[in-house]
Design a binder for this molecule. Structure first.
Ligand SMILES: NC(=O)c1ccc[n+]([C@@H]2O[C@H](COP(=O)([O-])OP(=O)(O)OC[C@H]3O[C@@H](n4cnc5c(N)ncnc54)[C@H](OP(=O)(O)O)[C@@H]3O)[C@@H](O)[C@H]2O)c1
Length: 339
């Protein structure tokens, strides 16, 4: 029997938390590449929090996924057919598109990866967009210096685990924040952070104990109550790297509001000369990818960068896995092994 494409489509826009009925799984013919394009069979699909934004119609930095279209996403896999110079069947690549088994993509968006250098799935995490996000955000905004105190929320996750390890490589005291004792144990014992605080407990008391000196760099992945606890503890000239606010993604429906929660008093930004800056990795990250990849592969080879993946089996399970990501059910970088 001829192979088919398996696709996960956006059936309707979620209200609050996404539910399985917001997605539709269909089988379609395998597409054919045109001139300059490559047909990629996905080995792994990356599931990332930004996809919640693509499901909503609200104005954002990127267009929403159309209703009935394939959910947006990045895959790593194998070239099946190529009509572009530089790519041949059997090549392993990152940059396939969408929650689907087969995708046709322009060669310009593909990165050839060496499966001897790192496992294929790592190209979606520590060596992929989340790793690049950590690296770019620290270089441009966090600028950690030896002896400084850095706090990282969602510390066991795809971005957080890399941020904290780079912080340690830069000579900082690094405090993670994560949900639950198992994640916290991983963050200290495997990732080498100095401490990890459980945001399900009394975060104020834990922050008082872990960093009485205050905070120089806060890597914000979560927002909401976690941000409210961290913010008053900034030292003079502190930097808050606004990477994401996942606790608000199902609440605020894209509006620039606080999702009903009271916002922080921003007065101390002046008195303490704080820098708060948001960024999107795609703004200026990808042209720097070769430099990032070289440094990251070096750290990995030296055993100075470790990472954890949460691998879900089967593309049909992608919707449930994504719903879980927005509730903290993943432990490490969430990827789907497609077949
Ligand atoms: N600016 C950019 O270019 C860029 C690029 C990539 C990612 N991001 C952002 O970076 C953040 C982390 O992304 P990631 O891919 O690394 O995800 P991740 O950390 O692997 O997974 C998300 C984690 O967020 C935490 N979380 C979820 N809901 C929460 C809630 N209501 N309150 C507190 N914590 C909650 C959970 O960890 P715990 O169980 O430990 O709480 C969950 O495991 C997200 O905000 C994402 O949007 C931004």
């Amino acid at each position: 029997m001829a192979e088919t494409n398996l696709q996960v489509l956006l059936r309707r826009r979620p209200k609050g938390e996404p539910v399985p009925e917001d997605f539709e799984i269909v089988e379609t013919p395998v597409p054919e590449p045109k001139e300059g394009e490559v047909l990629v069979r996905a080995g792994y699909l990356s599931l990332d929090p930004y996809m919640r934004g693509r499901m909503a119609e609200a104005k954002s930095y990127a267009k929403p996924v159309e209703l009935g279209a394939v959910m947006e996403g990045r895959t790593a896999g194998e070239v099946v057919a190529s009509r572009a110079p530089g790519f041949a069947p059997g090549d392993t690549v990152a940059g396939g598109y969408g929650w689907q088994r087969f995708s046709v993509v322009k060669a310009a968006g593909l990165i050839k990866v060496d499966s001897q250098e790192a496992p294929l799935s790592a190209n979606l995490g520590v060596l992929g967009m989340p790793g690049l996000t950590a690296w770019v955000g620290l270089e441009d905004i966090g600028t950690p210096k030896p002896g400084e105190t850095m706090v990282v929320s969602a510390a066991s996750g795809a971005v957080g685990q890399v941020v904290g390890q780079i912080g340690k490589l830069r000579g900082c005291k690094v405090i993670g924040i994560a949900g639950g004792p198992e994640k916290c144990r991983y963050v200290t014992e495997e990732l080498g952070f100095d401490a990890c605080l459980d945001h399900r407990g009394d975060l104020d008391a834990q922050l008082d104990a872990a960093c009485p000196e205050g905070i120089d760099v806060y890597w914000e992945n979560v927002g909401g109550a976690v941000q409210a606890a961290v913010f008053p503890r900034f030292r003079d000239f502190g930097r808050m790297v606004m990477c994401g606010v996942i606790s608000q993604y199902n609440v605020a429906e894209g509006a620039d509001s606080f999702g009903g929660a009271p916002g922080p008093n921003l007065g101390p930004v002046v008195r303490k000369r704080l820098r708060i800056q948001g960024f999107i990795v795609s703004d200026n990250g990808w042209p720097r990818y070769p430099a990032f990849r070289k440094q990251m592969l070096g750290w990995m080879a030296e055993g100075r960068m470790v990472w954890k993946e949460d691998v879900v089996q089967g593309l049909r399970n992608a919707p449930q896995a994504f719903i879980g990501l927005l509730k903290g059910r993943n432990f490490g970088k969430l990827v789907v092994q497609v077949d």
